[in-house]
Ligand binder design. Sequence first.
Ligand SMILES: [Zn+2]
Length: 471
Amino acid sequence: MGAKQIIRDACVISVDPEIGTQRRADILIEDDRIAAIGTDLGVDDAAPIDAGGMIAMPGLVCCHRHLWMTLLRGFISDGTWSSYLVETFWGRRPLYRPEDSHIAAYAGALEAIDAGVTTVLDFHDCSVREGLADASLDALDKSGLRTVFAFGLEGPPDFDGAAGAEAMSPTLPWHREEAFRLRNGRLASDDARVTMGITARNLEFLPFACAAHDLGLARELGVRTLTTHAGSGALSKGATLVDNLRDHGLLGPDILFSHGQSFTDGELDTLAETGVKIVVSVESELGQGADPVTWRALQHGVTVSLGADSVGSLAGDMFRHMQMTLKVGRGSRARLMDQQGIAPTDVALLTRDMLEIATMGGARSLSLDDRIGSLTPGKQADIILLSRERVGMMSGAEPEQIAVLQANGRDVDTVLIAGRVLKRHGVLLDADIKAVARDLDNSRAYLDDAHGRLDTGVLWDAYNTKVAAAS
Ligand SMILES: [Zn+2]
């Protein structure tokens, strides 16, 4: 028997249907796991964590986050999709060095932990040179964040290459080699805190052979999750990816589509039948002028989770995503009913449903529901404590309503991941924030300087000829 800790006197929202919500209970932790939840556990040899007056709940699970964009914070706050593509994805991304990848992942991981996000799928579509993945992984190891590191298969665009989308999203021989090196080395275990996934290219815009290639590689590697942007707005309209994958027997529960707002009802049925999941990024979809797919996807039986997406310009705080997704999801349903001439008599999507989506929904989407997503004995001790000492948190509402509708990342008092305390009394432990700020500044200055010497006219020409012409 290993190290014991006990969280005492918390209001426990377990998100486990058998355990439910308990107004006052203790949580016993042994090593990296939850050992027991209840009152009078009869334990006197465990290190105590006083949670009197606090809410204890599972850590939030973010299934779509580009940690490398942490370095670009604010850069495209007022930009369009085309400026994102040209200035960020084609402009700055190819300039990343290992130290830039490292500090972006580290700062992004700390931001997540600070706000009570204990698991992140890192959508690492920044595989522009060898060494960046290892630099990110070193940062993730150091941070303590539970991560599915979804290694990207897309190199820098080849502006001089052949016409066609494939030249702009090339996968390179070293991607395959590096993917296997990681899978056979530091990402070999699916039971570790940091595990491996794959980020495929934007498959809807590429020949079907690219989809077959990226999925084939993910399945050769045997990773639990392959993720890609899909069904993501006007540019995806008319895409045949889902039907093509279905016809080739390639859809399965290891696929996690990001966005999905332009999927048809028929496509949603297909995804539900084949176990494909969707991660909604409400701010991102609204920014594209689209209604997020949340309500429709749930109605079709698709597993839904939440993701922050680009933390360069969108919020990393998943409490905000829960609030927005809940309200916007209710609005979607009301509009659909209105089209049928029906006035809603209830909201249908409840606060506890949203809490479930942000925790167990995320765990299911990453095929990690046997290990995380609820406070259940035997599962990993990924637990957050919410302080009730802020005036806005002192209501008489149900604890689930407070957690979803009133809380934000700053109310997170304590964070444990795999039993390790990473934040306590509102302060990140073992993190030198001044050094993080200095390293971010240095990398940002390098990127701006190197980007300033680029001929961005070439990039805009490429956009106008290769993307706009194709749409
Ligand atoms: Zn994204």
